[in-house]
Design a protein around this ligand. Structure first.
Ligand code: NAD
Length: 487
């Protein structure tokens, strides 16, 4: 059987490259190649820029309300196609259909809808200065670029295109080479909704194509989602053209569970924050700090729920709630972290091995894994693993646990469970993290700005302030009197 081959999406259509170079994409749950994708060679790169210039001219000259109307049509199409798009996400990522069907497309559509609504609310200022006055305009930046990670491919493409397009920019988006199809489908949806050709182009490839975007002098802004190490390289190469950057990077986030917490709720949060999307979520609370007095109750309840409620298997089966990791290499990396945990003296409460569920025996599964007897300096406690591996640590004192939770170069998220309202706010205000939850974990509505402190990121996605990152202010001084000049 010949496999489908997808081309790059440039100027409202699929466009063949000239070199014929392509790469293969595997289904992580079956280890089978499911399609091929053409790489954005030089001909595609040139076409993408020329097309984006044309797209930007047209799109930025439309009124904000016209843009908003078109984007809302795209939102409606995304929701109509929810199941088709969710299936693509399941086949590309290995995540359970149960999740993709109600989260991935939905949360992507929500963000485009949110920014479509905000687009016409952008206003400038006017101020009188003596007899003269000035006014300001919020103008789009021009051509922007987005580079995505593989864990939420369509959602990431929506989270970047929503604010970029609402503000009147064109966006060239490069999805991860492991999950390239969702962004192409989003491009089709935008076209069908009436977004002009060139406003949203999709280029395919790995690091070299990403480097081309970050170097390109005609790209005004780059929004990146990925690892901290890659983010640093992207910032360095973006500096050559002084691009503005948004960096959505990794984390090693703490969850603090105090002795007065609702333990069942805290266990739910810890499970969501470690095993949802089989642990491949940037905000995951992989360091769970338990007050000593609730350690036994918490760990017993946690173990019971892992043993009884996790259903691993073919991610397309609606009963499955625990999928395959993205690749064989990533599975091996996660297993090597587990080995290092054992070597450094942590004990396994459960899990620790690769899994071969009967309905997906060739998939890249790792058991839901919980370590106890962890120390703050172990690699499993300090480094992002990006898999289903939870480290449990014990504390006695509030000040001490706050200091330990903050003792990391990362600062993406943090959570706390307590019924003491004053402690909840006192502690969360001290957390060095950009996304915090009290008696909750993981919710990220379109209205709420998200992003990292420290090395977890630069800038924010979602929320009103993100629109600011996709516009620039032009000040216009208007002389109403004769110019006074010594010349
Ligand atoms: P990655 O850094 O390996 O790759 C991300 C993207 O960058 C891919 O599209 C890749 O092709 C591209 N890329 C690789 N090298 C590049 C280079 N030198 N220049 C430009 N582009 C380059 O990350 P990943 O493995 O795809 O994703 C997992 C990581 O993403 C985790 O660290 C996770 O925490 C993070 N993440 C963060 C958020 C967030 O919102 N903060 C969300 C999802 C994932």
């Amino acid at each position: 059987m010949t496999l489908p081959i997808y081309q790059n999406f440039i100027h409202g259509r699929y466009l063949a490259n000239t070199t014929g170079e392509h790469f293969e994409v595997k289904n992580p749950a079956t280890d089978e190649v499911i399609y091929r994708v053409e790489i954005a060679d030089e001909s595609i790169q040139l076409a993408a820029i020329e097309s984006a210039k044309l797209g930007f001219d047209l799109w930025s000259s439309m009124s904000a309300i016209e843009r908003s109307r078109i984007l809302l049509k795209a939102v409606a199409i995304l929701r109509e196609r929810n199941d088709e798009l969710a299936t693509i996400e399941v086949l590309d990522t290995g995540k359970p259909w149960q999740e993709a069907q109600c989260v991935d497309v939905e949360t992507g559509a929500d963000v485009i809808e949110y920014f479509a609504g905000l687009a016409p609310t952008q206003v400038g200022q006017q101020q009188t200065v003596g007899a003269d006055f000035y006014y300001t305009r919020k103008e789009p930046l021009g051509i922007c670029a987005g580079i995505g990670a593989w864990n939420y491919p369509l959602q990431i493409a929506c989270w970047k295109s929503g604010p970029a397009l609402a503000a009147g920019n064109a966006l060239i988006f490069k999805p991860s080479e492991l999950t390239p199809l969702g962004a192409l489908k989003l491009a089709e949806v935008f076209c069908e909704a009436g977004v002009p050709a060139g406003v949203f182009n999709v280029v395919q490839g790995a690091a070299e194509v990403g480097q081309w975007l970050s170097h390109h002098p005609e790209i005004a802004k780059l929004s990146f989602t990925g690892e901290v190490g890659t983010g640093k390289k992207v910032v360095a190469s973006s500096a050559g053209s002084l691009k503005s950057v948004t960096m959505e990077l990794g984390g090693k986030s703490p969850l603090l569970v105090f002795e007065d917490a609702d333990i069942d709720q805290a266990v739910s949060a810890a499970m969501l924050g470690n095993f949802y999307t089989q642990g491949e979520i940037c905000t995951n609370c992989t360091r769970v700090y338990l007050h000593r007095n609730i350690y036994t109750e918490f760990t017993q309840k946690l173990l019971h729920r892992i043993q009884n409620n996790i259903v691993a298997g073919d991610p397309l089966d609606p009963k499955v709630n625990f999928g395959a990791l993205i690749s064989r290499e990533h599975q091996q990396l996660v297993l090597s972290y587990i080995d290092s945990g054992i070597e450094q003296g942590a004990s396994l409460l459960c899990g620790g091995k690769a899994m071969r569920p009967a309905s997906a025996a060739n998939g890249y599964f790792v058991e839901p894994t919980v370590f106890v007897d962890c120390q703050d300096d172990m690699r499993i406690v300090r480094e992002e693993i990006f898999g289903p591996v939870m480290s449990i640590l014990v504390f006695d004192d509030e000040r001490d646990v706050v200091q330990r939770a903050n003792d990391t170069h990362l600062g993406l998220a943090a959570g706390i469970f307590t019924k003491d309202i004053q402690r909840a706010h006192r502690v969360i205000h001290k957390m060095q993290a950009g996304i915090c939850w009290i008696n909750s974990y993981g919710n990220s509505p379109a209205e709420m700005p998200v992003g990292g402190y420290k090395q977890s990121g630069i800038g924010r996605e979602n929320g009103i302030e993100t629109l600011e990152h996709y516009t620039q202010t032009k000040s216009i001084y208007v002389g109403m009197t004769n110019i006074e000049s010594p010349f």
